[in-house]
Design a protein around this ligand. Structure first.
Ligand SMILES: [Zn+2]
Length: 322
């Protein structure tokens, strides 16, 4: 059961479109589309500041949607971590705190911890559904997917899987719980929640923009925020992670040396075990190091950045069965 957190700020708002500022610095802006009585969906972008697909599509959605046609309330936050976004960096530009690692946050903590606390207390725990829109950011390229954390609560896991099916241009990745994420706090609060991961690369690819709009519209129809026929969804590939680290992108194929990175694969390349993923050329002139796939599968994440530090994750390879 959910805790009893009192009424959310939008409970006092009349039907219509509202812009609500929470906090100052740190803080964020929520666009509230309040329709007829019904459930609440919270959708945000830019939990990481260098990911532009979510902010772009959510601003477009704010302009497109008419609250009079909505059953329920949509709370859309295009940019959750503002300082990181304005600096174009994954985490906070000064203390590098990563908003996706500090949940449930701390009202007296660092910048990201205060944002997490504000978001959790005033927004996330009042949601009936939560969608956190991510991408590869400026440093990596992804094969776009939807993800959820297996909570072990069958009804929540069923709803999360169904939310993912709405994004039928993407594949689905169910992973193990990990601390500090937005989805960890959503699970603690019994809020069904998913990630949507677009390709990234520091831009908004037209295919991702279209796929996000399509997926969000399907979600709004499927969960009855919008009236209309149930969308006909294309079947998608579903992968259940077999280990705790499988979906932890920051630990896969770590660089053994610092240097220049030469990439040999792209997101979506199917590789065999031992196939070259790329090479690292140390800056001191010592011989190059070949990075080889630890196992066969599809490259779902690969470093785009052309320089590496020791331990940087080069690529994630997953047996997707296609
Ligand atoms: Zn992200």
């Amino acid at each position: 059961m959910k805790t009893s957190p009192g009424k959310p700020f939008w409970a006092r708002l009349a039907p219509g479109k509202h812009i609500k500022r929470l906090g100052s610095r740190p803080g964020f802006t929520a666009y509230v589309l309040r329709g007829r009585p019904g459930p609440v969906a919270v959708i945000n972008g830019a939990t990481h500041g260098d990911e532009y697909e979510g902010p772009t599509v959510l601003r477009e959605l704010v302009d497109q949607l008419d609250p009079r046609r909505i059953c329920g309330t949509l709370v859309l936050i295009p940019v959750l971590h503002e300082e990181a976004f304005l600096a174009g960096t994954r985490g906070h530009p000064v203390d590098h705190s990563n908003l996706a690692r500090v949940f449930p946050g701390n009202p007296r903590g660092n910048h990201a911890e205060r944002v997490a606390d504000l978001f959790l207390r005033h927004v996330l725990r009042h949601a009936d559904y939560y969608l956190d829109l991510h991408s590869g950011g400026v440093i990596s390229d992804l094969l776009p997917w939807c993800g959820y954390v297996v909570t072990g609560r069958p009804e929540i896991d069923r709803v999360q899987a169904e939310m993912c099916t709405c994004f039928d241009d993407f594949w689905t990745w169910a992973s193990h719980p990990a601390p500090g994420r937005t989805l960890s706090s959503a699970a603690d609060e019994c809020v069904p929640a998913i990630y949507v991961e677009c390709r990234g690369g520091g831009d908004v690819h037209p295919d991702d923009r279209a796929a996000l709009h399509r997926g969000l519209r399907h979600f709004l129809l499927r969960f009855r925020f919008l009236q209309g026929p149930n969308p006909r969804l294309r079947p998608t590939v579903v992968r259940i992670a077999t280990s705790k680290d499988e979906a932890h992108l920051q630990v896969n194929h770590p660089a053994a040396a610092a240097g220049q990175f030469l990439r040999a694969v792209t997101a979506g390349t199917v590789v065999r075990r031992g196939q070259t993923l790329g090479r690292i050329l140390p800056l001191d002139g010592s011989p190059g190091i070949t990075v080889r796939a630890h196992h066969a599968g599809t490259v779902v994440c690969v470093l785009r950045k052309r320089s590496v530090q020791v331990g940087d994750a080069i690529a994630t390879v997953v047996p997707l069965g296609r």
